[in-house]
Design a protein around this ligand. Structure first.
Ligand code: ISL
Length: 534
């Protein structure tokens, strides 16, 4: 079995992880201070979001030089030191590859916007007029006027993130060059930002799979063939049909991709991410079922509840007040019991929660642009704030709460973004002290994946498929069975397994209460979850 089939990834958003030089912003020195923490948790891979030179219009997803470290985060020497420190501990490091677009301050774009005859002009996408009324992800038209050339350039994200023209072979060559440069430096792979969009045809559709697949295969040949690198595509538009195409080993594209279907179920269809409706647990179960089946032996799943763009999962699908610990563990167990590679977003392992800031304290470009747009569209402030509390990206970007001390132990200085006021109760120091903490539960989840091959290999079947109170499933490999049964509600419920499953002699591998046996009829406490192996 490939090594990554038993691996667990930890995502670091460096700005908010740990500050080492007292400027209020997390940095490489801060990550270096915490490598033993990562080792203690037991993760195999660290994915670090962008640390390259950037004007930080989108917190580093706007890169102005792919070969330089942003001084806000530190130096290249510190980067190399960190890479060594992780490797010494048997942890691999993957970097973020943001090549759908660059910053408007990248040298290529500076040249491109100045001069139509520059070879860099064709590195980007230009039209004489806005040829569509398509909206960018961060509000406003995708077409932005450029005075110098009297043309419009195309940007799917902020206007300071012009899209690269992937149809230009020179662009692709530059991208392959930088990938190889970083791989030669010793990093272990990439998470590829919005990589399913590189095949876009602006006149028709932003999702044009055929071309994306073709370019990814070319990239594989030029960069990854013969290397043991790990790649995961951020593919917001991947479906159970396209995900196996991206991740089928034989096709030589990517190791795996992120599917987002399970995180779009609270959105009113077609209205974007801010218009919300309550989650239907049965829909959630169906989405996982379909993806588990679609990729079983045909590709590979990424398993994730959160990242730097998503709200905190315990606030989103659990209960972040009375049953914070129980529900955070329950959600962890459901996800980590499936087939795929789990990703833990920083702070998830201690059950960090969403925040409610005053409007002026939000920093995210997406949130700021959205407020303007929705106000103009006549939304009430109440509805807008409700959206931000539930879905705003800054929920995931508050500093890691290391201890109950000044600024939660994150920095000596006032942090760049507010700290969640609950840091006195919820912090790493507390979690490590408490044997019963979410941290120790995650530690066990990571260990179980290594000890029980069935977690990586078994097939997947839902139990209690129609019953909204439960999220339960069965994994099967040869004559062994792994069962996960979770009470997805805040009430005690009776779980009658008579028609669902026959328990054989076996053992409880993990419980978020003190359960050490299972029965045909059992009462499950609020958010109780149990993993049983037989
Ligand atoms: O979070 C989103 C908007 O609500 C998503 O649409 C998100 O923008 C999309 O998944 C792409 O995300 C990635 O690329 C963006 C960057 O802002 C995100 O942080 C990154 O994860 C542009 O580079």
């Amino acid at each position: 079995m490939e090594w990554w089939k038993k691996a667990v990834v930890y995502q670091i958003y460096p700005m908010s992880f740990k500050d080492s030089n007292g400027d209020g912003m997390g940095d490489l020195g801060g990550v270096l201070e915490k490598v033993d923490y990562l080792k203690k948790l037991g993760v195999d891979i660290v994915w670090m979001t962008p640390i390259y030179e950037s004007p930080m219009d989108d917190n580093g997803y706007d890169i102005s030089d792919y070969y330089k470290i942003n001084p806000l985060f530190g130096t290249m020497e510190q980067f190399e030191q960190l890479l060594d420190a992780l490797h010494e501990r048997g942890i691999r490091l993957i970097m973020d590859l943001v090549v759908n677009h660059t910053s408007d301050e990248h040298e290529w774009f500076r040249q491109a916007r100045k001069d139509k005859s520059s070879k860099y002009h064709d590195y980007y996408i230009w039209k004489d007029r806005p040829i569509t009324d398509q909206q960018s992800f961060f509000s406003g038209s995708v077409w932005e006027y450029n005075e110098e050339t009297e043309e419009y350039y195309y940007h799917l994200f902020s206007r300071r993130q012009p899209d690269l023209n992937w149809d230009n072979p020179e662009v692709r060559k530059e991208v392959y060059k930088l990938i190889n440069w970083w791989l030669d430096k010793g990093i272990d792979g990439f998470r590829m930002d919005v990589i399913d969009l590189i095949g876009k045809i602006p006149e028709e559709s932003i999702m044009y799979g055929e071309k994306s697949h073709k370019y990814l295969q070319e990239m594989y040949r030029e960069c990854f063939e013969g290397r043991e690198a790990f790649t995961v595509g951020e593919t917001s538009f991947a479906t159970p049909v396209s995900a196996p195409l991206y991740s089928d080993k034989e096709r030589k594209e990517l190791t795996m991709v992120f599917g987002f279907e399970h995180l779009g179920l609270e959105e009113v269809k077609g209205n974007g991410k801010w218009d919300l409706k309550p989650l239907d647990v049965n829909e959630l179960k169906q989405v996982f079922l379909v993806w588990q089946k679609a990729l079983h032996e045909k590709g590979w799943n990424s398993l994730f509840w959160s990242n730097h763009d998503q709200p905190r999962i315990v606030s989103r699908m659990g209960n972040d007040t009375v049953y914070r610990k129980e529900s955070a563990k329950m959600l962890g167990m459901i996800l980590h019991g499936m087939q795929g590679t789990p990703y833990i977003y920083q702070g998830e392992e201690i059950g960090m929660t969403n925040v409610k800031f005053a409007l002026e304290d939000y920093k995210d470009v997406e949130t700021i642009n959205m407020v303007k747009e929705k106000q103009e569209a006549g939304w009430s402030m109440e509805k807008i704030m409700k959206g931000i509390y539930a879905k705003g990206r800054d929920n995931a970007r508050t500093p890691i709460q290391w201890n109950a001390g000044k600024n939660a132990g994150f920095s000596e200085h006032e942090p760049w973004i507010g700290i969640n006021p609950n840091y006195k109760e919820i912090n790493v120091e507390e979690a490590i002290k408490d044997e019963d903490s979410i941290f120790h539960f995650y530690q066990k989840l990571i260990r179980l994946r290594k000890e029980y091959e069935i977690i990586s290999t078994g097939d997947f079947e839902l139990l209690f498929e129609e019953d909204r109170r439960f999220f339960a499933y069965k994994r099967q490999a040869d004559d062994r069975t792994l069962v996960v049964i979770a009470n997805f509600t805040g009430e005690s419920v009776v779980c009658d397994c008579t028609d669902e499953i026959t328990f054989k002699e076996g053992r409880v591998l993990l419980s978020n209460y003190d359960r050490n046996s299972v029965e045909k009829i059992m009462s499950l406490r609020p958010y109780e979850a149990v993993m049983y192996y037989m």
